[in-house]
Design a protein around this ligand. Structure first.
Ligand SMILES: Cc1cc2nc3c(=O)[nH]c(=O)nc-3n(C[C@H](O)[C@H](O)[C@H](O)COP(=O)(O)O)c2cc1C
Length: 198
């Protein structure tokens, strides 16, 4: 099969959607963010990449706090809207019920089943983006999204952005267990290093 060169600036893989919250000019502001990831487990660090011209950035820099809220499929319309209008011209704070946690300055969205409040630990100056790295101070989950005390992603029901096709999709079927599916191949490779598996 030929390998065809594709647009290298487009993330082809699906990206989870979040709503990042910050206190800007004294009030909560929320923007849609798909460029975010957990980047350290202990201590827990999350990184979000925001274009330098976002209204939100000044609030994160001033308060040195922000939140990452994971919306369910039922919040897709509000999430898409927050990604199209800027808090510079529109007040987005009344779209959701805001609550504050331990930090006091990281507004979070009560309607989102998962919320992380973060303290800014570092800002990386990328060519077009500010990469904000935050330590998660507290993680919250709606009680009805827990199974045996742990967050249940199927109950959270998050959605993903397929950027290249400008669409959102929900989660699909489980295809196997992580750190399990590869065990047979690991055994074969350990015993017969030149085998390619089947
Ligand atoms: C699905 C989706 C994902 C987005 N992801 C990002 C992102 O990762 N980083 C970013 O800077 N902007 C992203 N945006 C654009 C911002 O959310 C948008 O420009 C927003 O209006 C900025 O709000 P603000 O000016 O109030 O901060 C995304 C928009 C959508 C619809």
């Amino acid at each position: 099969m030929a390998k065809i060169e594709i647009d290298k600036s487009q993330a082809f893989y699906p990206m989870p959607c979040s709503l990042v919250g910050a206190k800007v000019d004294g009030k909560p502001n929320y923007l849609t963010v798909s460029l975010f990831s957990m980047v350290n487990r202990e201590p827990p660090f999350l990184a979000v990449a925001l274009n330098k011209d976002r209204y939100t950035n000044s609030g994160i820099k001033e308060c040195r706090t922000f939140s990452i809220n994971i919306p369910s499929v039922s919040l897709a319309e509000q999430t898409d809207y927050c990604g199209m209008v800027s808090g510079r011209s529109v007040d987005k704070s009344n779209l959701f019920e805001t609550f504050y946690g331990k930090l006091g300055t990281a507004p979070m969205i009560r309607e989102c089943p998962i919320c992380f409040e973060c303290r800014l630990v570092r800002t990386v100056d990328l060519p077009a983006k500010d990469l904000f790295i935050g330590e998660i101070i507290t993680a919250y989950c709606d009680e009805d999204c827990l199974t045996d005390g742990a967050p249940d992603v199927m109950k959270v029901n998050p959605f993903l952005l397929i950027d290249a096709e400008r669409k959102y999709v929900s989660l699909g079927q489980e295809i196997g267990r992580a750190w399990e599916m590869g065990k047979n191949l690991k055994r074969i490779q350990t015993n017969f290093p030149s085998a390619r598996g089947s």
